[in-house]
Design a protein around this ligand. Structure first.
Ligand SMILES: CCCCCCCCCCCCC[C@H](O)CC(=O)SCCNC(=O)CCNC(=O)[C@H](O)C(C)(C)COP(=O)(O)OP(=O)(O)OC[C@H]1O[C@@H](n2cnc3c(N)ncnc32)[C@H](O)[C@@H]1OP(=O)(O)O
Length: 263
């Protein structure tokens, strides 16, 4: 365990930036990183409507996250791997259950658990220096942090199979082409600026509606159509019990800008 925190959270108005700060190990996911990451997102969940968006980024400029910490991984047996996988999935669940959108800003490598962490965010923005891959089969393992679940949803089953079986990396341009990255910016500064601009735009919308949309999208994706439809009907109807729905429709009819509260 490092003595220093490996996860830092900074705020700029209603937007929080969560930084994974282990640059010497290319921000590899150790137990400490996962535990601090989970605590950071628990704290963000307490911010309520004061939080309008999160940027998740890796420190150092060479990697977002270069995967699970292979030194820790190499010491695991089957039971330890199951515990590691559960720890990873519990961490991811906090990102997906956060009402505010989370943008993974990938500058450098996003490999293995690092790509899986990025896939658990709402969408991925990349710098031109980004490289993505699930190289687990090169280590004699398979993705254990949701990659077999989320990569097919992002790029389709056939491409996910090709990337997982080959373990090959894709660059930023290919990642955007196959739907893995939503945007590519020339460098880190432009990447972070683009993420902030998107979160500022989303921040002008109803926080309660955005949170409901995220919950339905996360819960419904991958479920049978009949169940997914019921989840959407439930979310749609819950929106009509919010102050934001009254404010949004009244503002439109009065031809004025809505003042959303997120309630
Ligand atoms: C209950 C137990 C809890 C344990 C918790 C563990 C975390 C759990 C996470 C959830 C489960 C994740 C499941 C996931 O699907 C499995 C994986 O992610 S497997 C790992 C996948 N990643 C990789 O295979 C990438 C490995 N790295 C590389 O290929 C190369 O480093 C690179 C990214 C191509 C860069 O190459 P170079 O530019 O040559 O740089 P170096 O290789 O010299 O690296 C610099 C420095 O960083 C160290 N490092 C890099 N990657 C890792 C890593 N993944 N783990 C640990 N350390 C890493 C590298 O060793 C160098 O260090 P130095 O030698 O300088 O000390």
């Amino acid at each position: 365990m490092d003595d220093q925190p490996v996860i830092t959270t900074t705020w700029d108005g209603p937007v929080a930036t969560v930084t994974i700060d282990r640059p010497a190990a290319l921000n590899a996911l150790s137990r400490q990183v996962l535990e601090e990451l989970g605590a950071a997102f628990d704290a963000l969940a307490d911010a309520g409507a004061g939080l309008r968006g999160v940027v998740l980024v890796g420190a150092g400029g060479r990697a977002f996250v270069a995967g699970a910490d292979i030194r820790e991984l190499s010491g695991l047996d089957a039971d330890g791997a199951a515990a590691m996988g559960r720890l990873g999935h519990e961490t991811v669940a906090r990102i997906e259950s956060l009402g505010a959108p989370v943008i993974a800003c990938v500058d450098g490598y996003a490999l293995g658990g690092g790509l899986e962490l990025a896939l658990a965010c709402d969408f991925i923005y990349a710098s031109a220096q980004a490289r993505f891959g699930l190289p687990e089969v090169s280590l004699g393992v398979i993705p254990g942090f949701g990659g077999t679940v989320r990569l097919p949803r992002a790029v389709g089953l056939a491409r996910a199979k090709e990337l997982i079986y080959s373990g090959r990396m894709v660059d930023a341009a290919e990642a955007e082409r196959i739907g893995l990255a939503s945007r590519v910016e020339p460098d880190r500064d432009a990447l972070l600026a683009a993420a902030r601009a998107t979160l500022d735009e989303i921040g002008t919308r109803s926080p309660s509606a955005v949170a409901l949309a995220k919950q339905v999208l996360v819960d419904a994706t991958g479920t049978p159509t009949e169940r997914a439809t019921e989840l959407e009907i439930d979310g749609f109807s819950r929106a009509f019990a919010t102050d934001d729905m009254r404010e949004g429709t009244a503002a439109f009819l009065a031809k004025r800008t809505p003042e959303f509260t997120g309630r």
